[in-house]
Design a binder for this molecule. Structure first.
Ligand code: NAD
Length: 294
């Protein structure tokens, strides 16, 4: 059993950390919003800085909102890097499970390697339900030997854990996931708006389509949310906006154009401008309804 640090215990991180504790590991916990009593009651140990987490644990997991948050926790004041320097006799592993920039990820990995430790990018798909059910898809960028060291730990949180390539490859895979997911949510929103404007029952349409070629997890989960107007998160609009920022910046760095990703990004920007940053990302349908005056 391992000493594992877990930093970022929000919608995703909290249930993920709980699976690790139930798996028999000792967890050192830190989150800006305060560690929940449930995790402490299970035996989780509360730390006060990333440095302390990195001193105590041999594997340190981060599940934070965005690239600057991960950078700050890794290399800012009282950071993981400072904790690693304090305990340089043991080769430790940092696993970042947040969705962040692949280019920044490669730079973070180089800096952690220079300190004599290993880095794994392991972003996830499957949402809050996947996190609660330990059923996440985990996309890993790491050296093969480091991956073998941490695979069994990742398997406590996910049902499909895949080594995609070296550092950054996990985040590239996650970007591909977000292109498909965000554009499909937008497509489901357009289809359901069309149906309701045509005076046809959207739930009957959703159920019928689930038997055909348009079937998807997005139609199942987000379609249901749109029809029943359940816009509590889930996955917040501001995080989907951030993911599409990463998609477009990465595409631009490669010199390619992703026209539908750019349009969908604009719709998420409009959601934020209309006060929807904290809504679930299926609330993009509200923007489509505004455009249609529906
Ligand atoms: P969240 O906002 O609910 O949780 C983030 C947590 O990080 C919060 O508890 C916050 O207190 C903590 N935090 C932020 N900065 C910190 C700091 N400097 N030090 C310590 N703690 C800090 O977000 P979430 O929905 O759990 O998402 C986390 C990551 O997972 C994001 O990158 C997101 O894109 C990705 N993700 C989310 C989902 C989803 O359905 N919510 C699905 C897949 C991937």
């Amino acid at each position: 059993m391992a000493n594992i640090g877990f930093i970022g215990l929000g919608i995703m991180g909290k249930p993920m950390a709980e699976h690790l504790i139930r798996g028999g590991h000792t967890l050192f916990l830190l989150t800006r919003s305060g560690v929940s009593e449930d995790l402490v009651a299970l035996g989780g140990i509360v730390c006060t800085t990333p440095q302390e987490v990195a001193q105590q644990a041999e594997i340190i997991i981060t599940m934070l909102p965005d690239t600057p948050d991960v950078e700050k926790v890794l290399f800012g004041n009282n950071s993981i890097a400072a904790g690693l320097t304090d305990s340089s006799e043991v080769r430790k592993v940092i696993i970042d499970m947040s969705t962040i920039s692949p280019l920044a990820t490669q730079q973070f990995a180089i800096k952690i390697n220079e300190l004599g430790h290993d880095y794994v990018d392991a972003p996830v798909s499957g949402g809050d339900i996947g996190a609660q059910n330990a059923a996440l898809t985990i996309m890993v960028g790491a050296d093969e030997a480091v991956f073998s060291k941490v695979k069994s730990i990742l398997e406590l949180m996910g049902k499909q854990v895949t080594l995609i390539g070296g550092n950054g490859a996990g985040q590239v895979c996650k970007i591909a996931n977000q292109i498909i997911v965000a554009l499909t949510i937008e497509a489901v929103g357009e289809a359901l708006l069309f149906v309701s404007k045509a005076g046809v029952d959207p739930e009957k349409v959703r159920q019928a389509l689930m038997g055909g070629f348009a079937a998807s997890r997005v139609l199942e989960v987000h379609g249901e949310r749109m029809i029943n107007r359940r816009f509590d998160p889930g996955f917040r609009i501001e995080l989907q906006q951030k993911d599409l920022d990463i998609v477009l910046a990465s595409a631009s760095a490669l010199g390619i154009s992703l026209p539908n990703a750019a349009t969908t990004h604009e719709l998420y920007n409009a959601c934020v401008a209309h006060g929807g940053a904290k809504w679930d990302n299926s609330a993009i349908v509200k923007m489509l309804e505004k455009l249609a005056n529906h």
